[in-house]
Design a protein. Structure first.
Length: 179
């Protein structure tokens, strides 16, 4: 009787071992998506009426929105802050690397064709503001989080921004992707 029980137990081990070998552990657990790379994405400014910054007013901050769309065939994730450098239209503007807000990033999962955006808070100023106090945006160099290659986006909204590129807490700054 003991040998019969041993034979049944041995057969169970062999069958279980065969089943485990037939289904690799990596396939058993669904693979988690990896981060999105610049080549996976396309980017642009949100241009809808409710998304356009109010560059004609000069009494309060306003927001512009930049979107990323996953154009790859795989699901990927974005988490953190994009890198944003504004390039000015005036000779005195140069390039302004935007500061980050204090908001905490969240992980965004993008399936093929999904879009996520982030906001840039801006402080517009009047055309009559002295040249040394205003920054006139011409284009934005936008680098997705954790990437080194950027998109070059032409600034479509006009206006000018209070120049605070050396300020500790500037009124123009960016928020994390998805917020």
């Amino acid at each position: 009787m003991n040998s019969k029980l041993t034979a049944v137990a041995l057969a169970a081990v062999v069958v279980a071992g065969t089943a485990a070998a037939a289904v690799p552990a990596s396939a058993a657990a669904k693979a988690q998506p990896t981060r999105c790379h610049t080549a996976d994405l396309k980017a642009g400014f949100a241009l809808g009426d409710d998304a356009k910054p109010e560059m004609d007013q000069t009494t309060k901050q306003t927001q512009a929105y930049i979107w990323f769309t996953n154009q790859s065939k795989r699901t990927c994730t974005l988490s953190g802050f994009a890198g944003v450098d504004m390039v000015g239209a005036q000779k005195t503007d140069g390039t302004w690397s935007l500061a980050r807000s204090s908001k905490k990033p969240v992980k965004m999962t993008l399936k093929q064709g999904d879009t996520v955006d982030f906001s840039i808070t801006l402080l517009p100023v009047a055309k009559s503001t002295p040249q040394k106090e205003k920054f006139v945006p011409a284009k934005f160099l936008v680098t997705p989080p954790n990437e080194t290659k950027h998109f070059t986006l032409k600034w479509p909204f006009g206006g000018q921004i209070l120049k605070q590129d050396a300020a500790t807490h500037p009124a123009t700054y960016l928020n994390p992707v998805g917020l």
